[in-house]
Design a protein around this ligand. Sequence first.
Ligand SMILES: Cc1cc2nc3c(=O)[nH]c(=O)nc-3n(C[C@H](O)[C@H](O)[C@H](O)COP(=O)(O)O)c2cc1C
Length: 146
Amino acid sequence: MSKVLIVYASRTDETKSIAELIAEGVRISGHEAEVKKTSEIKNEDDLKGYDGYAFGSATYHGEMITSMKQILFLAERAELKGKPGGAFGAYGWSGEAPGRIFETMENIYSMKMVSGPLMLKASWIEGGIQAAREYGKSITKRLSHR
Ligand SMILES: Cc1cc2nc3c(=O)[nH]c(=O)nc-3n(C[C@H](O)[C@H](O)[C@H](O)COP(=O)(O)O)c2cc1C
């Protein structure tokens, strides 16, 4: 069984809800998922040792939340190369954060990314619950079988 780490930055818990639904998708696929908020990650060792990753942040003022920027610097030293990855976030209208996170995971850490970032206005509208679960499943499809 593989283990996927899901880390989120959220102010009003919409992105947190998406994180938990992604975790459900991972578990439905028969794997383990751990969901953590950014403040629970103290150093790169807290990011190491998982088989797949999803990082998420809501967008505020055209940017990701600062605590997620700090996670992305830690992740540079967490040996993520070639591991499955996804990025997600709740947004209101422009939604820059998930795309920025996704690009960093792809270009800086050289992760095996899913097809694109998951952007939802809220987890509970527009088929959000299903979309977030499917996103979790798609990360597990990129796990190498062991
Ligand atoms: C002060 C403020 C600024 C915001 N700026 C943006 C923005 O630049 N682009 C955007 O897409 N959404 C923006 N939003 C909307 C949030 O991204 C949206 O409410 C989201 O669901 C919040 O997610 P969270 O509950 O995970 O914090 C903003 C919201 C507030 C309150």
